[in-house]
Structures are given as C-alpha cells and as structure tokens.
Design a protein around this ligand. Structure first.
Ligand code: F6R
Length: 611
C-alpha cells in the first residue's frame, strides 16, 4: 500500500530517495517523507499531500547525508498529516513501515507508562520508541530491531536508520513486501522493484521474517531464527522506461495502449501450435495428478477476481473440471471444503495482496496443490506457490488495473487448454484451433483500440451521469463487473455490473431516462445473444440509454442502441479480452474529463497489503 525506499552509498541520498518515491507514489499517496543521516545527525523532512509537496520542502532544506530512508503513505492509522507521515523518529531512531501493528495501543500504553511521549496517531511510531529503548539498554542496532519486532503483533516491512549507527540500514519484513537492490559501492532497499530500476536490475527478495543489514559495501541477511542465510539474486528485465509514461498523459492510458504488447509477451514461447499444447516453464503437475483433480478453486480480489470468473468459463468449458471462484477476503473466514484433489489458483497482479495470500496459504494448508497466476516474479504469491504462470505485462503503475487483467485472461485460457489436453477433453486439433484464436488476440486488441474516439464521444455525453449499469451474459458477465469497477474507482460515478438475466430481479427498478446502460453484446452462442437483445429492449422500454459493445457487422443491435462501440469478433471465451478494452477507455476518459486524478484515485492503493 505505502512505499518504502532506502539508500546507502557515496552519493547524496535525499534526491535518490525522492526519485524512488516518485516511482512508488502509486502505492499510496496522502503524505511522504525522508530521513537522512549525516555523521551523527538525523534529519527528517515530511509533507502532507502529493509527493511534490515533499519535493518542494526537500529543495528548500536539502537534508545532507549519504544514507537515508523514505516513505509514501496510504493512511491506515491516523489521518493524513505531517505528524502522521513517515519516517517516524524518536531519540535519533527513524523508521518507515508498511503494514499494520495490531497491538500498538497496548504497546503505546506500556511505553507511556515509562515516560515516552508520542507525536503521531500512527501505529508505526511504536517501532521508533521500542528500538530506541533497546538501544538505551546497550544492545546494538540489529539486536534492537530484532527485540522490537518480537514485541509487535501484525504485519510489517520496516526500514530503520539511526544517528548513532550512521552507516547501515536495518530492514526486516513479515507479510509486507521488501526487496534489496544491489549496486556498486551502494545498496538499496524498497517495497517494490520500480523504485530502484534506474539504479539496478539485481534484486534480492526478502522472505518472511528476514532481517537485512545493508551498508554501502555489503548486505547480510538473517532468517527469523537469527541464522545468516543466502537468498537468490534475481535479474529483473523491466527497463526504467517501462515504469515511465512514455508520452501518455497518464500511466493508465499508457497501460491500456500497451495491451497488444503485454498480451503478446504473455503468449510468447508458450504456444506449441504443431503439438496443440502449451509449454509453461517449470510445469510440475503430472498427467495423473491433473486427471485426478476434482476441483479448481480460484482465489483473488477485485479485478483479479473478475479474471477468475472469466477463467471459470474457460477451464470448465475446455478441461471439464468444476471451478469455484472465491473472494479471497471471505474464503478463510468460513470452513472451506478443500482437500488434496483440489488445485488452488491465486490470481494477483502484485503477488502481495494480503487477503489473497492468506486464502492461498489456507488452501495449501488444507492439502490443495497450489498455483499462482501473477505479474511479479519473486513476489510472496509466487514464492508460496508450487508453480507459477507469470503474466508478462511489465510493471503496472496506474492504480486501476488494465493490462494485468487482459494478460491474466490469456494466461487462464492457456491454462485451460493445457489442462484440457492433459485430461483428454481436447483433441490436438481442437487445441490447435484454440491456440490459433489466441495468436489473433494481440492484433484484435490493436484494432479495438482504434475505437478510442467513439468511446470519447460516449464519455463526453455521459460524464455527468450519477449511475451506470453494465450488463453481460456468460463470459461477458465478468466483463460487465470489470467495466463497472473501472468506472467507479476512477470516475467516482456509482456503477453496478450485473449478469443480464439478473436485471429483472432488482436493478431494472433503477432504469429511467437518466440511466446509461452499457450492454456487452458480441454475437456469441455462449453470451446468449438473443437474451441480451431482450435486455436491451427492456432498458429501451424504460427510457434508459443503451451503449452497446457489439461485433463489427452487427447492424441489428446497432439499430436498437443509442451508441455503439464495434469490436472485432473473437471466439466466445476470448471475447472478454477484446470487449474489456472499450470499457477501460470509457472509464479513463470519463475520469479524465471530470478532472480526476486518474492514476491515483482517492482512497485507493495499488497493492493492498493489509487485510
Ligand atoms: C482494480 C484493482 C484492484 C486489484 C485488487 C487485487 O482496478 O486494481 O481491484 O485488482 O486489489 O490486486 P492484485 O491483483 O494485485 O492481487
């Protein structure tokens, strides 16, 4: 949710920290700060609001020093303010923290009884006090951090610098992401890779309970038991340009337009057309195991959950295995029925979503085989999974997920084909047909992007609407859900996504002449084309305005709708990839026309690493 950056080396740290924070601003953005150590002096600068406020402050009073930590915050405990912004400091100890300390109130009480005075409403500040107490007892910084974290209950990625020990950063994590960036004569810590791409491509992902001691020349990592451990170094292929806007006004716009490339990269090297099969590197499920699967349980949140719903259609149709799609946040709070014949698939862009991770662990603990579909190699989800399918979308910076969704859809389709071949529900010839459909998708996305101007016209007409309804049937139902989510999260217009057949069971009451209804109606057998036309008639009869997403040549629906967006005809199960694009553009342009902060919508954060 929030972002962390740390630097130690021979350069001035403040500009490096601020520039790293800029790359992380998408993770959380109600305040930011840096703490820099110069010899034995700690200098903390913080500012409420956007990062440019911090930048202004730092340029007025540049904190000098070649070691420091920085943070961009998404408030959980305490309103956004200068006092509540990180870093929090106490007696020369400065900390930045992502996560939640559940027992902070009890700890604060104990510390107050010992005479500590707190200057913020945050849970994080207790870390600075606990560490400073331990240092005063005479232990060294590493031990002080270790003893402090033993006292807290909750989740954390924590980075610490002190005035008394000015050459090292101590970083530790449990359930919140933290990576170490390796440099020459300089090293880095960060909550997320994009923060450091302009400095290094070599990263070490810290594991749960790890504690790292980072100096300009060395990085030592200790596990929860205090034993020194080696963690693998990974080279990340993402370029700094991939984390820049590349001429687009917003990251979201760039990421929508990147989808032909992102989808092609996700397919690349995996389709064995002549064999009618899919090659997933590291695939470790035997044919016997795949044939013995009795159920697939998909665990995900938000947009990733929507791709799971589309994945259900794909896997059930092609591989004939029952699929349940679970909201990860609900899954482990009941007594889910999972056993060793189940395959649990976590779907996540970030690979760090706390609810998905917890549900995934629960499914594993109950015996399920585990697989992740994820965009971030080395993330918690891929480390937890026995096997991972990476969506090669590249870094997704816009808070509203776009290219992650469409790459998840094609990854799920490939998985459905692979499972279908292994279970014998698809012949080589049938699989070849599906692979051919897949190869056509990047070009179709390119074509559908040309609809941007017609989508803009629709956006202009309805940008002041108060409510929107999105309808789809079969595989278009998750597209309707996704269209509504995209619109509401960045335009702040209330929007609902519904299965077309459900409209009569309630939402129809909302329809009047002010209500735009987006109907996703490609001519596909699975989407019950005739039935969705029935929905359009029902909306028209009540004066609602119909915006229809239709096949290029569909003059019939065109004659019924107020506005149409034409898309190239894809096969039924892949049509969601193509049909989603106009809805992403619609949300983008409505939000943009309303003057909203498209990339960083209010109240949201990119990676939801708290439950
Ligand atoms: C919506 C959006 C969120 C995420 C959700 C899960 O645009 O981005 O709904 O899809 O928070 O995140 P991941 O996929 O990182 O697990």
């Amino acid at each position: 949710m929030c972002g962390i950056v740390g630097y130690v080396g021979d350069k001035e740290s403040a500009p490096i920290l601020v520039s790293g924070l800029k790359k992380l601003e998408y993770r959380g953005y109600d305040s930011a700060g840096v703490a820099v150590v110069n010899r034995n002096t700690l200098n903390v600068v913080r500012a409420t609001g956007k990062l440019k406020n911090l930048e202004n402050r730092v340029s007025q009073e540049v904190p000098k020093g070649t070691i420091g930590i920085g943070h961009t915050r998404w408030a959980t405990h305490g309103r956004p303010s200068d006092e509540n912004a990180h870093p929090h400091s106490y007696k020369g100890v400065a900390v930045v923290h992502n996560g939640i300390i559940e027992n902070h109130l009890a700890l604060k009480e104990e510390l107050r009884a010992k005479g500590h005075i707190f200057s913020s409403e945050t849970d994080t500040e207790v870390f600075a006090h606990l560490i400073s107490d331990e240092l005063e007892r005479g232990v060294d910084l590493v031990e002080a951090v270790r003893l402090a974290i033993k006292q807290v209950k909750g989740t954390y990625a924590l980075a610490v610098v002190t005035a008394s020990d000015p050459n090292r950063i101590v970083a530790t994590k449990d359930s919140s992401p933290m990576v170490l960036g390796l440099g020459q004569g300089q090293n880095f810590v960060a909550s997320d890779v994009p923060a450091l791409l302009e400095h290094t491509r070599d990263f070490v992902y810290m594991e749960e309970g790890d504690l790292a001691v980072v100096t300009a020349q060395s990085i030592d990592i200790y596990n929860r038991q205090g034993q020194k451990v080696n963690r693998p170094t990974r080279r990340i292929d993402w370029t700094p340009m991939m984390a820049e806007k590349g001429g687009h006004k917003h990251f979201m716009h760039k990421e929508i337009w990147e989808q032909p490339r992102a989808v092609a990269d996700t397919l690349r090297g995996r389709m064995l057309l002549s064999e009618g099969d899919i090659h997933f590197e590291g695939w470790n499920l035997s044919p016997e195991k795949v044939r013995s699967l009795s159920k697939v349980t998909i665990l995900a949140c938000g947009t990733s959950w929507h791709s799971g719903v589309a994945g259900k259609h794909m896997i059930e149709t092609l591989a004939r295995i029952p699929v349940e799609v679970e909201l990860a946040s609900e899954f482990r709070y009941r007594d889910p029925i999972v056993d060793g014949t189940h395959l649990a698939i976590a779907i996540s862009q970030s690979g760090e979503t706390a609810d998905t991770l917890a549900a995934f662990k629960e499914a594993k603990a109950r015996g399920a085989t585990s697989m992740a579909i994820c965009n971030v190699i080395g993330s918690a989800m891929t480390r937890e999974a026995e096997f991972s399918v990476l969506t090669n979308a590249g870094p997704e910076i816009g808070v509203a997920s776009t290219k992650a969704f469409t790459t998840q859809l094609v990854a799920l389709y490939m998985l459905a084909v692979k499972l279908g071949r292994m279970r014998g529900t698809l012949t080589v010839k049938q699989a070849q047909e599906h692979l051919t459909h897949l190869t056509e998708i990047p070009k179709m996305i390119e074509d559908v992007l040309k609809c941007e101007n017609s989508v803009k016209r629709v956006a202009r007409e309805f940008m002041t609407a108060q409510d929107f309804l999105f309808l789809g049937r079969g595989p278009m139902h998750p597209v309707a859900l996704e269209g509504a989510l995209k619109l509401k999260e960045i335009s702040y217009i209330h929007a609902e996504g519904y299965a077309g057949g459900e409209m009569k069971h309630g939402p129809i009451a909302l329809i009047d002449e002010k209500m735009p209804v987006v109907v996703i109606a490609p001519k596909q057998p699975h989407v019950a084309y005739e039935k969705i036309i029935g929905n359009i008639e029902e909306v028209r009869a009540r004066g609602g305005k119909v915006i229809a997403i239709i096949d290029e040549d569909d003059e019939h629906v065109a004659s019924l709708a107020d506005h149409v967006v034409r898309i190239p005809p894809a096969c039924a199960l892949l049509a969601p990839v193509v049909a989603t694009i106009p809805l992403q553009l619609l949300a983008y342009h409505v939000a943009e026309m309303r003057g909203n902060d498209v990339d960083q919508p209010r109240n949201l954060a990119k990676s939801v690493t708290v439950e």
